[in-house]
Design a binder for this molecule. Structure first.
Ligand SMILES: Cc1cc2nc3c(=O)[nH]c(=O)nc-3n(C[C@H](O)[C@H](O)[C@H](O)COP(=O)(O)OP(=O)(O)OC[C@H]3O[C@@H](n4cnc5c(N)ncnc54)[C@H](O)[C@@H]3O)c2cc1C
Length: 410
């Protein structure tokens, strides 16, 4: 576009885009420009994190200096105070250059937004900068053996013990708890009121000896899952002045936890038909397996129809996720709309692997020499997990029906 035809705000966006690109090209190590912008090669940070390479560490440090691990967070909390629009431009530039995000974490995508909204000043100062620098890795302690979809039925007890809270009970399916440093959890602080009203949201250091983390193995091989047991854990009520261990007030945990979930569900909109980025894109895969006929069309008409329909759904879901993402970055609460993104994008990633399996040969489904499923089979099996984590597809449909479409319960 000619610079002279641009409106003033477009001009400044264009200037910011150029500045970003220049900085990225100058500072991002070549190895981090390998197009692994999906779930492969991610840096999760935390005390136990082992960097994959010097470049991965160097790239993280460069971005920490700029506040670009969490560009929209205020500078005092480790961000760059960037506008939502500029953050989108930065993301686009990184993606178009095939540059990996410097850091991923539940601290960034889940706890951070909740602390920014509900945290005290000192709570933010204590927890947000270490998240932004990738120093502390967080895990999410919501689900329990008898509280998944019906999360409000959770029973992990948290009782008042003077200067401390005393926490006892069990969480399950806690992703990466064995690699994490701290856990944010929903706990029961009152059994006398309606179940949603008796829940509080608490932050705990996993190094406490009264917490046991046990990894769980699955059909798809080594899993991210853990069980976490709390055996009368003494959690200080305050980690320092104005720095309580609870986020929000006593009994406000449901509200804090649900606000966090809208961010988790919104951030799940990144799933696409191309899967986890470990394999060739779906179109190339299908062409390789099925072949093209003389008119340059897929040889198999059924594969052709299935792939076309899936590509259209994928484009629509991605467009919606981008729209809601930019609204959310501009401070517009997307609330229950995150359930549409969660439902659509997780159905699509599952469909992508089903299409791959339909056109693949059986070799891909056999176990590898190490006795573990091969990448494609493992990802196919794992793709079902996305429709469960962060709330199942059925629960998202319930939310869409009740809160967005106002349909009656019966
Ligand atoms: C990969 C992965 C990672 C996860 N990571 C975490 C984590 O880090 N932390 C954490 O706390 N949890 C985590 N979870 C757990 C996840 O949140 C729960 O598995 C999920 O909420 C479902 O709960 P459940 O497994 O107890 O199933 P249930 O609630 O027992 O559901 C069983 C089935 O019944 C259906 N169902 C239940 N209630 C209804 C209803 N009212 N209407 C219609 N259908 C219904 C469900 O859709 C589902 O198909 C993770 C799960 C997965 C798969």
């Amino acid at each position: 576009m000619e610079a002279a035809l641009l409106k003033p705000n477009e001009k400044s966006s264009q200037a910011f885009r150029l500045k970003c690109r220049e900085w990225l090209l100058e500072n991002c190590p070549q190895e981090m420009r390998d197009g692994k912008t999906g779930s492969e090669g991610r840096c999760w940070g935390g005390k136990k994190w082992q960097f994959e390479s010097k470049s991965q560490k160097q790239w993280l440090n460069k971005c920490i200096e700029k506040g670009w691990t969490v560009p929209t967070w205020p500078e005092e909390f480790g961000g760059a105070g960037m506008s939502a629009l500029n953050a989108d431009i930065l993301k686009e530039e990184m993606s178009s250059l095939g540059i990996r995000a410097p850091l991923y974490s539940y601290g960034i995508s889940m706890l951070g937004p909740a602390l920014l909204k509900y945290g005290t000043k000192q709570q933010k100062l204590k927890h947000l900068p270490p998240i932004a620098r990738g120093e502390i890795r967080w895990c999410q302690g919501y689900s329990e053996p008898n509280a998944g979809s019906d999360l409000a039925a959770l029973k992990t007890k948290c009782i008042d013990a003077g200067n401390d809270w005393l926490v006892s009970g069990q969480k399950v399916w806690t992703s990466n708890a064995d690699e994490s440093d701290w856990i944010f959890a929903m706990v029961r602080t009152n059994t006398e009121v309606k179940k949603h009203e008796g829940i509080s949201f608490i932050l705990m250091d996993l190094a406490d000896e009264a917490i046991t983390v046990r990894p769980i193995e699955l059909i798809s091989g080594k899993s991210v899952f853990c069980e976490v047991f709390f055996d009368d854990v003494k959690v200080p009520k305050y980690y320092g002045p104005d720095n309580p261990s609870m986020v929000g007030s006593l009994g406000q945990g449901w509200e804090v936890g649900m606000y966090l979930l809208t961010h988790e569900r919104g951030s799940l909109g990144g799933y696409t038909l191309n899967g986890r980025g470990y394999e060739l894109p779906i179109v190339e895969t299908t062409i390789n397996q099925v072949g093209l006929n003389g008119s340059n069309k897929l040889n198999d008409p059924v594969a052709r129809v299935n792939l076309s329909v899936a590509l259209i759904d994928d484009a629509a879901s991605t467009a919606l996720a981008e729209l809601l993402d930019s609204q959310s970055n501009s401070g517009i609460e997307i609330g229950s709309q995150s359930s549409i993104v969660k439902y659509a994008s997780t159905q699509i990633i599952k469909r992508g692997y089903e299409l791959r399996v339909a056109v693949s040969d059986l070799e891909d489904l056999k176990l590898g020499e190490d006795g573990q499923p091969r990448t494609m089979a493992s990802n196919w099996l794992y793709s079902r997990a996305y429709t469960i984590l962060g709330g199942t597809s059925e629960i998202q449909l319930n939310i869409i029906a009740k809160r967005l479409l106002n349909l009656p319960s019966k």
